[in-house]
Design a protein around this ligand. Structure first.
Ligand code: DCP
Ligand code: MG
Length: 389
């Protein structure tokens, strides 16, 4: 029989890690709306609701064609009543009142602006919102207590708001490679996050670093950041233990290796290329001719300078954990979340960026590649470009 919409829907798997989700899909008109409601639920500290909307959106991203009627949704998993109501309204009227009023609401817009500051989470942004603060400028004006990270976030706000292009990520990759090889020849560097999934822009650039000889990676992060600092390439950096350590649900942490997992949140100083430099010097000449004054030394004027600030995340992993770290830092966030849920609920296993633990057998399952981890989990291998759940 000829394949129809129903057969596609009936075959749709319910965990995102069981499905192929390409970067470009046919239902952005619906998924963008559902993701606004997901984002808003997050701002209101309602994680369950947020994940429900994200799962619904993700199912629509995996469909091979545009949704035209509610009939097309029969048999699809993960579509709750609320998501269906929203979809129905958009299909019938072209937009959803709830989505549009959320988009327009002051709380949504302010929370978006404030959580958009590097170092500011939902809790802090919500407190500021309730105190009447509305923008990064308000924070400076009212003399808010900011930590070092947030100070950098405010200082480079305009630059960090601008998406990072793949071309810029490639230039940063060269910088990171130079730094890493200067302090540890033979180390391996991999581009992670959205760019590994094939995205053309991102909010930051993520890297995973390791060395084939286990132990050589110890103490590597400070050497890398010192080298970058000496070259004047770092505007900000803070190195911490990987946050997955604290969040790891599962059994007691085993190997002492895990404590070596380090993450560096940084801001790089990226020189603009000859081409983009030309356009920015034209812009600054215009500023001069209109007599615009400098507003003080603390602020960085993106258009007037020959460089821009870019958020970069560096992670160092021991070689034995490299496959887990690779899988854990490729994303998307929902794909990662679904992998962990699948492992726990369906396989009685606990997956982190460090290891995979099998509770039934009471042992850690080793893996040298991502393919081996999918196999341990009883999942078909999904390549990075189809993990855009
Ligand atoms: N990650 C995760 N859970 C988090 C944070 C990160 O699973 N709470 C993983 C999955 C992400 C990867 O780390 O894909 C990188 O995190 P980013 O926030 O940089 O996400 P992306 O790179 O996917 O998106 P963007 O293009 O916005 O940078
Ligand atoms: Mg990223």
């Amino acid at each position: 029989p000829k394949p129809n919409g129903d057969s596609t829907a009936m075959l749709m798997k319910s965990y995102a890690c069981q499905r192929r989700t390409p970067l470009k899909h046919h239902n952005s008109f619906l998924t963008e709306a559902l993701e606004i409601l997901a984002q808003n639920a997050e701002y209101n500290d309602n994680e369950g609701r947020s994940v429900a909307f994200r799962r619904a959106a993700s199912v629509l991203k995996a469909l091979p064609r545009r949704v035209r009627s509610m009939q097309d949704l029969r048999w699809l998993p993960c579509l709750g009543d609320h998501s269906q109501r929203v979809i129905k309204e958009i299909l019938e009227d072209g937009s959803s009142r709830e989505v549009e009023s959320t988009r327009q609401s002051e709380q949504y817009q302010v929370m978006k602006a404030l959580t958009g500051i590097f170092g500011v989470g939902v809790r802090t942004a919500d407190r500021w919102f309730r105190e009447g603060l509305r923008s990064p400028d308000d924070l400076i004006r009212t003399g808010q207590q900011l930590n070092r990270e947030q100070q950098a976030g405010v200082q480079y706000y305009d630059d960090l708001q601008k998406p990072v292009t793949k071309a810029e990520a490639d230039v940063i990759s060269d910088m990171v490679e130079k730094a890493v090889h200067a302090v540890l020849p033979g180390a391996e560097i991999q581009l992670m996050g959205g760019f590994r999934r094939g995205k053309e822009v991102g909010h930051d650039v993520d890297f995973l670093i390791t060395h084939p000889e286990e132990g050589k990676e110890e103490g590597l992060m400070p050497k890398i950041t010192n080298w970058l600092k000496e070259q004047g390439l770092l505007l900000y950096q803070k190195t911490t233990r990987n946050s997955y350590l604290e969040k790891m649900d599962g059994p007691a942490r085993a190997s002492s290796n895990m404590d070596r997992f380090e993450r560096c949140f940084s801001i790089f100083k990226l020189q603009k290329s000859a081409a983009s430099c030309k356009s920015s010097s034209a812009a600054s000449a215009e500023d001069v001719s209109t007599g615009r004054e400098s507003e003080g030394p603390a602020e960085h004027h993106p258009e007037a300078s020959g460089w821009r600030a870019v958020r970069v995340d560096l992670v160092v992993s021991p070689y034995s954990q490299f496959a887990f770290a690779t899988l854990g830092w490729t994303g998307s966030k929902l794909f990662e979340r679904e992998l962990r849920r699948w492992a726990g609920q369906e396989k009685h296993m606990s997956l982190s960026s460090h290891a995979l633990y099998d509770s039934k057998q009471n042992l850690y399952l080793r893996a040298k590649t991502e393919e081996e981890i999918f196999a341990h989990l009883g999942l078909e291998f999904i390549p990075p470009s189809e993990r855009n759940a």
